[in-house]
Design a protein around this ligand. Structure first.
Ligand code: ZN
Ligand code: ZN
Length: 96
């Protein structure tokens, strides 16, 4: 877990590395039944809280709080770039 700037939330948020993400969001292991689609999400939020200590209630936030989705920290302001391919920091305008 690493706290990174999230441009979508406009704040610093705890982000998951790939190993943690696999625990929160296992690709296998869910047997999705009709009418129980919210159940895995509740579990994901639970695991996210166990790992980060942050009580997140918005499942969409958990989905994008994944370190691998973000780029390296900006050389000027230190905020994570939006994607690994980003060449420009949207927060301060610095190009790398
Ligand atoms: Zn976010
Ligand atoms: Zn910057």
């Amino acid at each position: 877990m690493k706290v990174l700037w999230c441009w979508q939330c406009k704040t610093y948020m705890p982000m998951l590395d790939e190993e943690e993400w696999a625990r929160v969001h296992p690709v296998t292991g869910y047997t999705r039944r009709e009418g129980s689609s919210t159940e895995p999400y509740a579990q994901m939020l639970e695991h996210y809280k166990e790992i980060t200590g942050f009580h997140e209630t918005n499942i969409n936030a958990v989905f994008h709080h994944r370190i691998s989705l973000y780029g390296p920290p900006c050389a000027a302001c230190g905020k994570a770039l939006r994607t690994p391919e980003s060449t420009k920091c949207f927060e301060c305008g610095q190009t790398r």
